[in-house]
Design a binder for this molecule. Structure first.
Ligand code: ZN
Length: 185
């Protein structure tokens, strides 16, 4: 089922997701709908807040992009595709390395793109839909997508991390979104 997307500046996007205790059929069904919604709108990632659920759950699939990523499980490099599509429940990021600037968009900000500086490499631990806790390290686009989604789960948006000058370029688009939101609500 394709779910309605929550758009900026809906206050739902500023809510920190509740931690998920036991992974249930309801979470599996939500994750399935989130993938369907994300693919429908050609996104690489989607957080539960973006479909109105204030939970620590996000979905990612970077296979649609040709921007490079690397994945390491333990010391072993694995094909990124082997982990796609990826569900992150209660994710934690650690050991950020290097800073890299890269372009980002967000399904809650249609038409808005901007550069964001993020760690080029991160360690991740997250629970999957079977309730298993997984640990891995990643770089490139996958690392960027995970940082973007984990931010969402904590109520942080990519505009919060844009440089002042990039944000200035986005100002009129943001104002338009704010007006549209006011008209809808
Ligand atoms: Zn986003």
């Amino acid at each position: 089922m394709i779910l309605p997307i929550v758009f900026y500046p809906d206050p739902l996007l500023r809510k920190k997701g509740a931690e998920i205790g036991q992974v249930t059929e309801e979470h599996r069904s939500l994750a399935g709908d989130m993938f369907e919604t994300m693919y429908e709108y050609n996104g690489l990632g989607l957080a539960a807040q973006q479909v109105g659920k204030v939970l620590q759950l996000a979905v990612i699939d970077v296979r649609g992009s040709d921007r490079p990523s690397q994945l390491f499980v333990g010391v072993r490099e694995m094909p990124v595709e082997s982990m796609m599509p990826l569900v992150l429940i209660n994710p934690l990021i650690s050991k950020p390395k290097r800073e890299e600037k890269g372009g980002e968009g967000c399904l809650s900000f249609p038409g808005l793109f901007g550069d964001v500086v993020r760690a080029g490499e991160i360690a991740v631990e997250a629970t999957d839909l079977e309730g298993k806790r997984n640990r891995f390290t990643c770089t490139g686009l996958l690392a960027r997508a995970i940082q973007h989604e984990v931010d969402h789960l904590n109520g942080v948006l990519f505009i919060d991390r844009m440089k002042e000058e990039d944000l200035a370029l986005a100002k009129s688009q943001l104002r338009e979104m704010e007006q549209q939101f006011k008209q809808r609500s």
